[in-house]
Write a protein that binds this ligand. Structure first.
Ligand code: CU
Ligand code: ZN
Length: 532
């Protein structure tokens, strides 16, 4: 007797092969039968004719580390059909923790839910705590280079000493032995941005020896895009490990069109035998913390030190001069997006600013746009967010069409309810996967449905070395999404981001139904996954 049987469904197996109509049987955590099951008894039978079944989506680039603590139901992700999220990206992870720098790590965190007390030290300890509370979906953790650097040397803006570098290497090894699948960097975010390439190579070599991969928010996505891609490839070559270029884009109008050249560099590296791939989200706006528009030195010493600097008029003057002259020493968000392309997404202390552009706020408040920004950074102690309208649709379609580019949301598991439903966050947290299906398969036919699903399932599974997920076959784990291919669509917009998509009917995680007829069952069958 099967636990569950899905009858008469069109199966896309995740490999990119054409779909076929069949039945799928699930018992325990696994797919146990694919074929005619009309005579097999089952505990639950779903009649799914007219619907499409695929492996649960794998979000290769997520930042749910922080929100999952307050949202173990993983609402905005599971309702898209996401059954596994790769977290710990862009250099940010909640572990390891060195108690001597606990406050610095708290400042570095992207969000601080209740219960996230940083009382753990190792990644292993952290993951045990995360797993222990139950999760709607599976989690794959990366260790963030920013967190490693904070643990070894705080927000020091210099090269590590030999002993600090040795400390970081030990932490990489311990983190990968303790459950991390690789290391991420965020080379536009202090303190990760303070590192030279050699430091990353040294640490990546340790990660590679532990069969981990390297995911990078590269050192620049605007004027420095191609150099930054080359740096990521160099790290893969010298440290001998697979590379994932995170959220590929060309930021700022003068740099539009360069995604093609970025992909040419990536594809040349692949031709050389290196495992280099990339991911993308299907939107032309990006999002990050507001503090990222400040020059790198402002964060030296950490968020508290930054807040001190921002309260000093002379230092503010220096910041203003540097940002206006484009001398930020790294990515220049203000120049790429412009003040009228920079929308405040999250600023809980000044909710009236949320949803407004910095240029409009500047007029309303009678201040320079950068002063509005600096005031909001101070008011929310570095945790305010922006949405940046700085990308080109043509670049996005070039990225989506590349066979080695997969889908990653760069979002978090949010929920329309309570604290997590605040502000106007980027709609990608609610809409990424359905939007690729609706817009780039059904409306534009940029991708076939099989290709689109492959980019969300088999392709990331292969990159991760996940053998029993991302595919529909007997013996694989029953992480499944069943959607209506005629109606599936994202509904979240920049104006109204807290909206679930339509057309995602059923989602199974480890054999258990989490979404049933479009509603969350409250079930928490997910877990922290152990590296292969
Ligand atoms: Cu990211
Ligand atoms: Zn990033």
């Amino acid at each position: 007797m099967l636990d569950s049987k899905i009858e008469g469904v069109t199966v896309l197996d995740g490999t990119g092969a054409p779909g076929f109509r069949t039945d799928v049987g699930v018992t325990g955590e696994a797919i146990v039968a694919v074929g005619d099951l009309s005579r097999e008894p089952a505990g639950t039978t779903l009649r799914a004719s007219g619907l499409t079944l695929a492996p649960g989506f794998i979000d290769i680039h997520s930042h749910s580390d922080w929100r999952l603590w307050a949202n173990r139901r993983a609402e905005s992700k599971i309702r898209q059909g996401v059954t596994t999220e790769v977290v710990g990206n862009c250099g940010f992870s909640p572990a390891p923790v060195n108690p001597a720098f606990r406050e610095e790590l708290r400042g570095f965190a992207l969000y601080l839910p209740e219960g996230m007390d940083f009382s753990w030290q190792s990644v292993e300890e952290y993951l045990n705590r995360l797993d222990g509370g139950g999760l709607a979906l599976n989690v794959i953790q990366l260790v963030g280079h920013g967190a490693l650097r904070v643990a070894a040397m705080g927000f020091a803006r210099r090269k590590p000493t030999e002993s600090e570098l040795a400390h970081m290497k030990r932490l990489v090894a311990e983190s990968l032995e303790g459950g991390a699948w690789g290391m991420s960097t965020g080379l536009i975010y202090a303190p990760g941005s303070y590192a030279e390439t050699e430091e990353i190579v040294e640490l990546s070599r340790v990660a590679g020896r532990h069969r981990g991969f390297y995911a990078s928010h590269i050192r620049g996505e605007g004027a420095n895009l191609l150099n930054a891609i080359s740096e990521a490839i160099r790290i893969g070559r010298e440290a001998e490990l697979p590379v994932e270029v995170s959220h590929l884009k060309a930021a700022g109008r003068p740099h539009w069109g360069q995604v093609k050249e970025a992909l040419a560099l990536i594809n040349a590296a692949r031709a050389e035998g290196l495992d280099v791939t990339a991911d993308v989200y299907p939107y032309t706006a990006s999002s990050t913390t507001l503090r990222t528009l400040l020059p790198g030195w402002v964060l030296e010493g950490g968020v508290e030190a930054m807040l001190q600097r921002l309260s000093d008029p002379a230092t503010r003057g220096r910041i203003r001069a540097e940002v206006e002259a484009g001398r930020t020493g790294g990515e220049n968000l203000a120049a790429n997006a412009g003040w009228d392309g920079t929308m405040i997404a999250y600023a809980p202390s000044r909710p009236e600013a949320e949803g407004k552009r910095l240029s409009d706020l500047a007029r309303e408040w009678g201040q320079a746009p950068l002063d509005v920004a600096m005031d909001l950074i101070v008011a929310d102690r570095g945790k305010a967010y922006v949405v940046l309208f700085q990308l080109d649709e043509a670049d996005l379609t070039v990225a989506l069409a590349d066979p080695h580019v997969m889908i990653g949301s760069d979002g978090s598991a949010l929920s329309p309810h309570g604290e997590l439903g605040r502000g106007r966050p980027h709609p990608r947290s609610y809409g990424t996967f359905p939007r690729v299906l609706a817009r780039y398969w059904r409306d534009q036919r940029l991708l076939s449905l099989e290709q689109a699903v492959h980019k969300m399932t088999g392709l990331p599974a292969k990159k991760l070395g996940l053998k029993d997920r991302g595919v529909i076959r007997v013996g694989a784990k029953a992480d499944l999404v069943i959607f209506n291919h005629k109606t599936v669509t994202d509904l979240a917009t920049y104006e109204e981001p807290h909206r679930y998509p339509a057309g995602i009917e059923y989602v199974f995680v480890n054999g258990r139904l989490v979404i049933k007829a479009g509603e969350h069952t409250g079930s928490l069958p997910g877990r922290v996954l152990t590296p292969p």
